[in-house]
Write a protein that binds this ligand. Structure first.
Ligand SMILES: [Zn+2]
Length: 345
């Protein structure tokens, strides 16, 4: 990637209303069978088109082929009963109906590799594919078999590594693991969370990223954030470990957050995918607001290591809002790019 400050979207984009009910997590598909596959591919094409048109440099699938960033992956594994769902509390914040592990988990066939190959065929730009991280996976299911969060996380790490290697072979340039649970279960992160993440990226030649955030812009998360006090320092727990890890890119939330910017000094040397548009508000950032956030970050990260991005996935947002935020993101990055290259001449 030769572009300075290449822009990227963290994860999901809203789906078209003919594919799934908008502004809703775990929204059921509106199509079935072959029509569903065709619909998902059309939605993915549209997501790529919008990213091209709005100046996003590292292109993603916008998660158009999955109902949810964690459960869709889990539902493709054997040992999981996804018809008898159970209600569990996600990251100690909100209840959700999730699949249940009832036997040894195994990946009998690739989960997203065909979808990634399809994305690869739609763009010549670098592509990024997101997978759930092992710790976030175990936090988004009910376990009636292993009886140990750590043991199940190691099983998932091995499975994720198989999938990641095949995504890499399909031409994915950046493989991202979503670990919002790293901002909640600090002891587990230290004891085995980082180690299972390292297992998931073992042997990969593609760039690797981990996304840690405060969650989608839904009420349960914004209510939780309101309890976190004037400064959010959760990243201080995982960043020193990540700095020592083999992960190439750390993706974090920043714009409109109460996270002290100097916290990214803790991952000095890593690439930083910085959230410069908020996903918890329908207000569209101005390019100057985006540029301000990026400019502040540049005190703590070298310009050739900064990737302007969104704070989190945008699935719960209205489609027009999410797309306008993509345009704001790239316009803000362009302002900074001009400042930086002007300064170099
Ligand atoms: Zn997120």
């Amino acid at each position: 990637m030769n572009t300075l400050l290449p822009t990227a979207v963290v994860g999901s984009l809203p789906k078209p209303s003919w594919l799934a009910e908008p502004e809703k997590l775990w929204s059921p598909w509106a199509l079935e069978g072959d029509a569903l596959v065709e619909g998902q591919q059309d939605a993915l094409r549209a997501a790529v088109h919008e990213q091209h048109r709005r100046g996003i440099d590292i292109v993603s699938d916008g998660e158009q082929t999955r109902q949810h960033f964690v459960t869709t992956f889990i539902e493709h594994l054997s040992g999981v009963d996804f018809e008898n769902r159970e209600t569990v509390r996600i990251r100690n914040r909100y209840d959700a109906s999730v699949p249940t592990v009832v036997g040894a988990v195994e990946r009998e066939k690739p989960v997203f590799v065909q979808d990634a190959a399809f994305l690869r065929s739609q763009t010549d730009q670098p592509i990024k594919w997101a997978l759930p991280g092992p710790m976030t996976m175990i936090d988004t299911l009910a376990d009636r078999y292993y009886g140990s969060r750590e043991k199940l996380a190691w099983e998932f790490a091995g499975i994720l590594n198989q999938e990641a290697r095949e995504l890499e072979a399909a031409g994915v340039d950046v493989i991202q693991f979503d670990e919002p649970a790293f901002n909640v279960f600090f002891d587990d992160v230290r004891d085995w969370g980082m180690a299972t993440l390292e297992r998931a990226v073992e042997g990969l030649r593609a760039e690797t990223a981990v996304h840690i955030c405060y969650g989608y812009g839904i009420k349960a998360n914004t209510d939780w954030k309101a309890t976190l006090g004037p400064e959010w320092r959760q990243y201080e727990e995982s960043f020193p470990l990540l700095q020592q890890s083999s992960i190439d890119i750390v993706s974090l939330e920043s714009h409109n957050s109460r996270i002290p910017m100097q916290i990214i000094e803790l991952i000095r040397g890593k690439k930083v995918m910085l959230g410069a548009v908020d996903v918890a508000t329908h207000d569209i950032e101005t390019p100057d607001e985006v540029a301000d956030t990026l400019r502040k970050a540049l005190q703590y990260v070298d310009a050739d290591k900064l990737i302007p991005s969104s704070n989190c996935g945008m699935a719960p947002l209205p489609r027009d809002v999410a797309l306008a935020k993509l345009s704001a993101l790239s316009a803000g990055a362009a302002i900074l790019r001009e400042e930086l290259t002007g300064a170099l001449v």
